[in-house]
Design a protein. Structure first.
Ligand code: 0X9
Ligand code: CA
Ligand code: ZN
Length: 313
């Protein structure tokens, strides 16, 4: 469980219960399923939100993913906040209603449930980042899921091949059950040759940034990124950052990564894919803001989320 005083955060079991409640309270709007299982066998929950949720209306789709990194618990709360706003808000908020009527919204609150449960096991937080799959042939545990995606995996010195590293990219692209399951889900949204998911945010903490691909190269444009596409990433990124006060930049301007989720979403599927690094800006309180900060720091992204949904068309 979360340490005393931080009970406002949701454990994996509590997240699952919230998703089940949302589905029970809004049967026409919400469908809960799983994209697969984590290494330790936890369901990777995905919530679908749309009017007439059982029907395939062919609407543009948006995906929100959270908690690739175990200790970034505020991101799980961000996904839950999105769920709550787009379900409970449907009856009362005309803006929410229009977005839900015109789109399919997918939310995966826990991409790394084994890691986040490990991080809150025991009395104190463990500062855990990776997943919990043991590395073959040694004593190390875990790969960095955000270095395990299959677009130019391990290409560019933006990850590590040493199992002890915090950015260990795993033995192969999609070697980890969690990235494999989420990527197969995204692959499955190609319907009749067209990817239905048009836009995506992967939430992380911390630094208050809006980041766009590519991460594997410092070049703004080149293979897989035209000047026009790059200008759109910049424009939408800056508009989103204008609403939450984050800083917007290309992800490799922060540092080069290879095998991250945005590079795969864009490089493979041409999904308009961003990383948000949420509150705070620095190591105090870093990964562990008090639960009193949850409401303020999740609501802070409401307008940015709405901008992203508006770009899915
Ligand atoms: O390193 C990461 O995976 C992300 N930052 S975190 O502190 N949450 O670990 C940022 C990934 C964004 N991509 C690049 N910076 N290239
Ligand atoms: Ca508290
Ligand atoms: Zn992260």
């Amino acid at each position: 469980d979360f340490p005393a005083g931080d009970e406002g955060y949701h454990t994996y079991a509590e997240v699952t219960a919230e998703l089940q409640k949302a589905a029970a309270n809004h049967p026409d709007l919400v469908a809960l399923s799983s994209v697969g299982k984590s290494f330790e066998g936890r369901d990777l929950n995905v919530l679908k939100i749309s009017d007439d949720v059982a029907a395939d209306e062919g609407e543009p789709e948006v995906l929100f993913t959270c908690n690739q990194h175990a200790r970034e618990h505020l991101t799980t709360e961000m996904c839950l906040h999105i769920v709550q706003r787009f379900t409970d808000g449907y009856a009362t908020d005309p803006n929410v209603r229009a977005m839900v009527d015109g789109h399919v919204i997918w939310v995966i609150p826990n991409v790394n449930p084994d890691g986040s449960e490990y991080d809150i096991s025991g009395t104190d937080y463990k500062y855990w980042r990776k997943n919990r799959k043991p590395v073959a042939g040694g004593d190390e545990i875990g790969a960095d899921l955000n270095r395990n995606w299959g677009y130019k995996w391990g290409c560019c010195d933006g990850s590590s091949s040493r199992p002890a590293s915090e950015t260990y990219h795993g033995p192969a692209a999609f070697s980890e059950p969690e990235t494999q399951a989420v990527s197969r889900f995204v692959d499955s949204r190609v319907v009749g040759g067209t990817q239905r998911i048009k836009a995506h945010i992967d939430f992380h903490t911390y630094s208050e940034l809006v980041l766009w691909p590519f991460g594997h190269t410092k070049d703004d444009t080149g293979e897989g990124m035209t000047a026009e596409e790059n200008a759109r990433f910049r424009d939408v990124g800056q508009r989103m950052a204008g609403t939450n006060g984050y800083q917007a930049k290309q992800s490799s301007d922060l540092y080069v990564t290879d095998g991250d989720i945005n590079d795969w979403m864009w490089g493979t599927h041409k999904i308009l894919s961003y990383t948000f690094e949420m509150y705070p800006t620095g190591p105090f309180p870093g990964f562990y803001p008090p639960d009193e900060d949850i409401a303020r720091e999740t609501t802070r992204n409401d307008r940015a989320v709405d901008i992203l949904v508006g770009e899915a068309r």
